[in-house]
Design a protein around this ligand. Structure first.
Ligand code: NAD
Ligand code: WQD
Length: 348
C-alpha cells in the first residue's frame, strides 16, 4: 500500500476478465504506466493467484472484485463506489469448439454479460470503452492482408458473439455521441511477460497451437498434431499472425488514450502484418529455446482456415501503435513461463 495520494484519488480503469491471459498482461502495463486498476473476474477460467503475480511484478495493488459481469447489482455497486472513467472489457468465454457444443453459455456470457456491463456503464456515465474483439469476425478471408473494412462473418457461435457485441457497441456510439469505443480485433496472441511469472494457463488440453507446443516441449504431451499439410500456403500448414501478448497489452493503452480524445466507434486490428505457418512456428520455437518439438501430420481441424494475417496500418495511424516484438521473443518468453510454471498457476 505505497500509493501516492494523487494516484489513489485519480480515476481507475475497470478491467473485466483481468485475471485472464491477456488481462493480466494488460494490467501490468496499465499499472506500470501509473493507472489505477479495478479488476472484476469470476475466475471461471483463471485464478486469483494471477492477479497476485501482477501485483508482484509491478509493486502496485489491484482492486480485485470477485464477481460476474452478468450480476447487475455487483456492477452497480462497483461503479458507484469508485471513480471509474473507462473500461477494458476482456471477460468472455473463448473456446471455439466449446461454443459449438454450448452455444447458450456463450451467448449468455459474452452477449448477456456485455449488455449488463453496458447498462451499468450507461447508468454511471462511463463512456470510454475498449473491447476484446477478434480476427475471427473476418470468417474465412477472401483477401489478405485483412483490413478492418474486409467483409465480416460469423462461422461459429463464439465468432457470432464477437460480431454481435461489435454491432451493439457501434449502435451505442450512434445513440450517444459522447460514447467512445475501440474494438480491438486481436490476431493470435502468444508468449508471456519477460518475468516468466504470468502467462497463458489453459485448464485442459490446449486448443491453440502455441500453448500446445510449450506443453510438448516441457514433456506434458508426446507430440504436436499438425492439423493438415495440404493447405494452400507456402509449406502446406496453416498460416496465422502471431502477436506477442505484451505488444497486445500495449495496444490497449494506446486505445485508451485514443478513446480519451475521440468519441465514436473504431474497429482496429492488432497484429504484426506477418504470416507464420505451423511449421515456421515449430522451427522458430526450437531455434529460440533449444527444445525439440516432435510433431506428426494429422487431419485438418474442422472449421479451420488456410491463412489469416492483419493489415496493421489503421492501428499505426489511429493509435500510434505497432507490434515491436519478434517471433523469437514470443517463443523465448512463452517457454520461460511454461518451464517455470509447468502446471500454470496451480503450483507456485
Ligand atoms: P481468458 O479466458 O484467459 O480470460 C478471460 C477472463 O474473463 C477469465 O479470467 C475469466 O475468468 C473471466 N470471465 C469470463 N466470463 C466472465 C464473467 N461473466 N464475469 C467475470 N469474469 C469473467 O481469455 P483471454 O485469452 O485473456 O481473452 C480475453 C479476451 O480476448 C476474451 O474476450 C477473448 O474472447 C478475446 N480474444 C482472445 C484471443 C486469444 O487467442 N486468447 C483472441 C482474440 C480475442
Ligand atoms: C493456429 C494454427 C491450426 C493446434 C483460434 C480461434 C480464434 C481465436 C484464437 C479468439 C492453425 C494449427 C493448432 C494444434 C495445429 N481466438 N494447429 N495443431 O485457429 O487461428 O484461432 O484461437 O478469438 O477465434 O479460432 O488459432 O492456435 O488454434 O491455430 O496444427 O494442436 O495452428 O490448424 O493452422 P486459430 P490456433
Amino acid at each position: 500500500m505505497s500509493h501516492s495520494h494523487s494516484a489513489a484519488s485519480a480515476p481507475s480503469v475497470l478491467v473485466t476478465g483481468g485475471a485472464g491471459y491477456i488481462g493480466t498482461h494488460t494490467m501490468v502495463e496499465l499499472l506500470n504506466a501509473g493507472h489505477n486498476v479495478v479488476c472484476i473476474d469470476n475466475f471461471s477460467n483463471s485464478s486469483p493467484e494471477a492477479v497476485r503475480r501482477v501485483e508482484k511484478i509491478t509493486g502496485r495493488q489491484v482492486t480485485l472484485v470477485e464477481g460476474d459481469i452478468r450480476d447487475t447489482d455487483t456492477l452497480q455497486v462497483l461503479l458507484s463506489q469508485r471513480p471509474i472513467d473507462r473500461v477494458i472489457h476482456f471477460a468472455a468465454l473463448k473456446a471455439v469448439g466449446e461454443s459449438v457444443s454450448r452455444p447458450l453459455a456463450y451467448y449468455d456470457n459474452n452477449i448477456g454479460g456485455t449488455l449488463a456491463l453496458l447498462a451499468a456503464c450507461q447508468q454511471a456515465g462511463v463512456r470510454r470503452f475498449v473491447f476484446s474483439s477478434s480476427a475471427t469476425v473476418y470468417g474465412n478471408p477472401q483477401a489478405l492482408p485483412l483490413t478492418e473494412d474486409a467483409p465480416l462473418s460469423a462461422v461459429n457461435p463464439y465468432g457470432a458473439t464477437k460480431l454481435m457485441v461489435e454491432r451493439i457497441l457501434e449502435d451505442m456510439c450512434h445513440a450517444d455521441p459522447q460514447f467512445a469505443v475501440v474494438s480491438l480485433r486481436y490476431f493470435n496472441p502468444v508468449g508471456a511477460h519477460d518475468s516468466g511469472t504470468i502467462g497463458e494457463d489453459p485448464r485442459d488440453i490446449p486448443n491453440n497451437l502455441f500453448p500446445f507446443i510449450t506443453q510438448v516441449a516441457v514433456g506434458k504431451r508426446p507430440h504436436l498434431n499438425v492439423f493438415g499439410n495440404d493447405w494452400p500456403t507456402h509449406d502446406g500448414t496453416g498460416v496465422r499472425d502471431y502477436i506477442h501478448v505484451v505488444d497486445l497489452a500495449l495496444g490497449h493503452l494506446a486505445a485508451l488514450d485514443y478513446s480519451a480524445q475521440q468519441s465514436g466507434y473504431a474497429a482496429v486490428n492488432l497484429g504484426t502484418g506477418r504470416g507464420t505457418s505451423v511449421l515456421d512456428m515449430v522451427h522458430a520455437f526450437e531455434h529460440a529455446t533449444g527444445q525439440r518439438v516432435p510433431h506428426v501430420v494429422a487431419p485438418r481441424r474442422a472449421g479451420d482456415i488456410a491463412a489469416c494475417w492483419a493489415d496493421p496500418t489503421r492501428a499505426e495511424r489511429l493509435l500510434n501503435w505497432r507490434a515491436q516484438r519478434s517471433l523469437e521473443q514470443m517463443c523465448a518468453s512463452g517457454w520461460t513461463w511454461q518451464q517455470g510454471n509447468p502446471d500454470g498457476y496451480r503450483r507456485s
